[in-house]
Design a protein around this ligand. Structure first.
Ligand SMILES: Nc1nc2c(ncn2[C@@H]2O[C@H](COP(=O)(O)OP(=O)(O)OP(=O)(O)O)[C@@H](O)[C@H]2O)c(=O)[nH]1
Ligand SMILES: [Mg+2]
Length: 237
């Protein structure tokens, strides 16, 4: 095909290629899910339908990229997909990887919505959308620490949110009072408040809430202690 005189503008395009031989993490995160969850009246602090929807979507993404993905991990409105260090997916182009993962995730989220939210249709003025980034990690130790970081974050957030919302919804505290009550408390103190003041043993909370969700490269959805299993998760990589 003949080139037009405008063709030169293509020279302005730049393609960031992710470093070779590094693990690639694609992390997607729901945009303004604070508002989104309020609009669709998600249960606080954990909505099982919303979490299961995220997991089903992530599973489909993992299955689609099964030759590239080692494992995926998710909590709340985010999911991380960890890719093999020697993947040549889209010639390791950052923009291709980040945008294709997030657009597949978003379209799956919309497509599967009605399976999980059976009595609430998506409103076209309140559609879900996600951001996405690629981060490269130079060795296995760092990528294991990445996954451990997200796991610990799940625990910290979930413990706080569980006690906070129990104090508000069950004990009748205002959100400000609950915030003050928890200010400066350590993890075991929060568990004690939850037990003594709300009658709830944190250990009995659902595993999905406490541990987040791992999607294996075979597409299995499990809720495991990521820190204990970290070597097993990356065995062979
Ligand atoms: N009630 C409820 N809210 C949830 C649930 N999962 C996620 N959320 C909401 O989603 C938010 C996710 O946190 P962020 O990603 O930091 O907040 P965000 O509003 O999405 O902000 P940006 O990501 O910066 O756009 C939480 O703070 C909650 O408000 C859920 O299961 N139940
Ligand atoms: Mg978000």
């Amino acid at each position: 095909m003949a080139k037009s005189r405008f063709e030169y503008v293509k020279e302005f395009e730049r393609h960031d290629v992710l470093l070779p031989q590094c693990y690639i993490v694609v992390r997607i995160d729901g945009k303004k899910f604070h508002e989104f969850s309020r609009f669709y009246e998600f249960e606080k602090p954990n909505d099982i339908r919303a979490l299961k929807l995220m997991n089903a979507v992530a599973k489909n993404v993992v299955v689609h990229y099964k030759n590239e993905v080692i494992v995926a991990y998710g909590e709340s409105d985010e999911y991380s997909f960890i890719l093999k260090k020697d993947t040549n997916l889209y010639n390791r182009r950052r923009d291709k990887i980040a945008t294709l993962f997030v657009s597949l995730f978003t379209s799956q989220y919309v497509a599967l919505w009605s399976k999980f939210f059976t009595d609430r249709e998506l409103d076209f003025k309140h559609l879900p959308f996600f951001d996405s980034r690629c981060v490269v990690y130079p060795n296995l130790a760092t990528v294991k620490d990445y996954l451990s970081w997200r796991f610990v974050d799940t625990h910290i957030n979930n413990l706080y949110n569980t006690v906070f919302w129990q104090l508000v919804l069950k004990c009748g505290l205002t959100t400000q009072q609950a915030e003050n009550r928890l200010c400066g408390t350590l993890s075991n103190e929060k568990q004690e408040i939850l037990f003594k003041e709300c009658g709830i043993n944190y250990n009995n909370e659902p595993e999905m809430f406490k541990k987040g969700t791992v999607v294996t490269r075979k597409g299995e959805i499990v809720h495991i202690d990521v820190i204990k299993e970290i070597d097993q998760i990356f065995k062979g990589y």
